[in-house]
Design a protein around this ligand. Structure first.
Ligand code: URP
Ligand code: ZN
Ligand code: ZN
Length: 472
């Protein structure tokens, strides 16, 4: 049986028009005014609503063994939270530690997700060590449809790679035609600064930011760009948080380095005073790179509007209050991470589009289309077009609400954005033509999500990356 979404206003990264959307066999088969449809077609009335392509979160952690504990969500909880917030596909970081086998890790992550996700998903493969076995394993992982890598310049001895390992990873990525995402902080400097601060008795969460100052991130960003330039690889800085790092990225873009930039939800809305709150309240706001001085926030918004920041992700990484208290004696032990998967779309719509002058098409681009293009999901995902997957968000711009842990679906006992007002939320969310969410309630198939396999060197992927580069 088909599905008709009738009377809404379709908004993509490029265009806006009122039309009906007819869906058959999981994909969009017709778009037009007053479509005739077969008897028995299910109809969703979208009158007065906007219809966006399903949103894509390019940076989430669900299964994550990290800092002596595990992130709290399962694929079941995270995917429902994602869908309720309008995200229909996420890309999860596969992060085995340095002393684990990469391929075994990849298979563990895949097994955790398979059959348990209500929305579609893909993976970035973290390269946390580069030795004699790595190249063959990465070739196998890319052939399996995971056509993007992740490296950490931070977290020395756990996820972090040396410069030599970064060089080898990027050289292989360039030859395979896959994009490499990178957490850019100088691990050595962070380690030294942490030791100095702890030795001075500065142990509270307010010292996390001074242990990873803006210069540490700017250096990491600039070094990553230099390595991209020398290897010819394509790169993507994750969770860029501050003006000096942005300057380093923009300088690299201007000299032709194939570098793209993501910033994440917390860095647009929260500043370091949240992490300076006393005790566990501060600990709840510890992530890396840290929440920054508030002068950075308008800089990030301006760069987002201008397209210098390509995408907005979340770096979703929930740890509950008890887990955060692992760092009660020393900020270096606080599990790093702030959840946001459920709230990204509504918060960026409210504080970007409604209140901040962010263009509605740039909003769709940054939260869906550009990630689809950069990571080889486009045009299957990231747009509303005949032939695309019917992942759609019927959006109610009249809705008014407040973010609260009491009503969230993410598996955590607090919300870093507690008390933030929202002006809009999805009223219907479909995944490949099946309504999974209606008015904030999950109503669908818990195991509907599929792994979306991506091809390296795919013509669409390359063309899309060039398009994004030229559009800047
Ligand atoms: O604090 C963060 N960002 N936690 C998740 C791991 C990472 O660095 O992305
Ligand atoms: Zn990171
Ligand atoms: Zn992350």
């Amino acid at each position: 049986m088909g599905l008709l979404i009738r009377g809404g206003e379709i908004v993509t990264a490029e265009s806006r028009s009122r039309a009906d959307i007819f869906i058959e066999d999981e994909t969009i088969s017709r778009i037009g005014l007053n479509l005739d449809v077969p008897a028995g077609t299910e109809i969703i009335d979208a009158g007065g609503k906007l219809i966006f392509p399903g949103f894509i979160d390019p940076h989430v952690h669900i299964h994550l063994p990290f800092m002596a504990t595990f992130a709290k969500d399962t694929h079941a909880t995270a995917s429902k939270a994602a869908l309720i917030g309008g995200t229909t596909t996420f890309i999860e970081m596969v992060c085995p530690s340095r002393n684990e086998d990469a391929l075994e890790g990849y298979n563990v992550w895949k097994q955790k997700a398979e059959g348990n996700s209500a929305c579609d998903y893909a993976f970035h493969m973290a390269v946390t060590r580069y030795d004699a076995t790595t190249e063959a394993q990465l070739r196998e992982i890319v052939a399996d449809g995971t056509a993007s890598f992740k490296i950490f310049l931070a977290y020395k001895n756990f996820f972090g790679v040396t410069d030599e390992e970064m060089f080898n990873t990027l050289t292989l990525a360039a030859s395979l035609g896959v994009i490499t995402t990178a957490h850019c902080e100088n691990a050595e400097l962070v380690g030294q600064l942490q030791q100095l601060l702890i030795a001075e008795g500065k142990t509270g969460p307010e010292w996390h930011e001074p242990s990873r100052p803006e210069a540490v991130e700017a250096e990491g960003t600039s070094r990553f760009a230099t390595f991209l330039e020398q290897t010819g690889a394509t790169g993507y800085v994750v969770h860029l948080s501050c003006a000096p790092a942005l300057r380093a990225a923009v300088e690299a873009k201007m000299r032709g380095v194939k570098l793209f930039v993501e910033s994440v939800l917390p860095h647009f809305l929260l500043d370091k005073t949240y992490a300076e709150r006393a005790g566990v309240e501060g600990m709840k706001h510890i992530m890396s790179p840290p929440l920054r001085d508030k002068r950075n926030l308008p800089v990030l918004w301006t760069a987002l509007k201008a397209g210098l920041i390509d995408t907005v992700g979340t770096d979703h990484c929930p740890f509950d209050t008890e887990q955060k208290l692992l760092g009660a004696q020393a900020f270096t032990q606080i599990p790093n991470g702030i959840p946001g998967l459920e709230d990204r779309v509504n918060l960026i719509y409210t504080y970007g589009v409604k209140r901040g002058g962010l263009d509605l098409h740039r909003f769709v681009d940054a939260l869906s289309t550009r990630a689809a293009k950069l990571f080889g999901l486009f045009p299957r995902k990231g747009t509303i077009a005949v032939g695309s997957d019917a992942d759609l968000v019927v959006y109610d711009t009249e809705y008014r609400g407040t973010i609260s842990a009491a009503t969230q679906h993410t598996n955590n006992d607090y919300n870093g954005f507690e008390g933030f007002a929202i002006e809009g939320r999805p009223s219907v969310v479909t995944v490949r033509g099946k309504a999974q969410v209606r008015d904030g309630v999950f109503v669908g198939e818990p195991g509907r999500g599929r792994m979306i396999r991506r091809k390296p060197h795919s013509a669409a992927h390359q063309v899309a990356q060039q398009e994004v580069a030229h559009a800047r």
